[in-house]
Design a protein around this ligand. Structure first.
Ligand code: 5GP
Ligand code: ZN
Length: 116
């Protein structure tokens, strides 16, 4: 398992900094985004340090995407959003700020409760 000593997500994987973990297996981990763009905003990452989609290994992509429906359904069940965006930023120009591959799950509630 590759680890970057300066990477905040590698520190979460190692348990060196706390996170609100919603799913974990041998290869991937999902946890609440500290920024919470909307209620239930969740990140899914490989445990291995792979910086972006260009360097994401195929077996890692399989391990990660096979749990996507489970996590989406868990978010749907817990937060009952009107919709759900899955987003992955690659490169600073695309708003990537943590250079360890991650998939955002951003629940959408419409405008009635203040979330967009
Ligand atoms: P990016 O902009 O790279 O696509 O997304 C990085 C995300 O990581 C941001 O939404 C940010 O809120 C989240 N984040 C950054 N540092 C931490 C942290 O220490 N803990 C958690 N849970 N999320 C973090
Ligand atoms: Zn990392």
């Amino acid at each position: 398992m590759k680890r970057d000593e300066n990477c905040i997500f590698c520190k979460i994987v190692a348990g060196d900094i706390p996170a609100s973990i919603v799913y974990e297996d041998g290869n991937v981990i999902a946890f609440a985004d500290i920024g919470q763009v909307t209620k239930g905003h969740t990140l899914l990452i490989p445990k291995d340090h792979q910086p972006n989609v260009y360097e994401l290994q195929e077996d890692t992509a399989s391990q990660l995407f096979r749990v996507v429906p489970n996590i989406a359904n868990a978010i749907k069940k817990e937060f009952n959003p009107a919709g759900l965006n899955l987003v992955n930023n690659n490169g600073e120009a695309a708003s990537q700020s943590v250079f360890h591959y991650h998939l955002h799950f951003i629940p959408r509630y419409g405008t009635e409760d203040g979330f967009q």
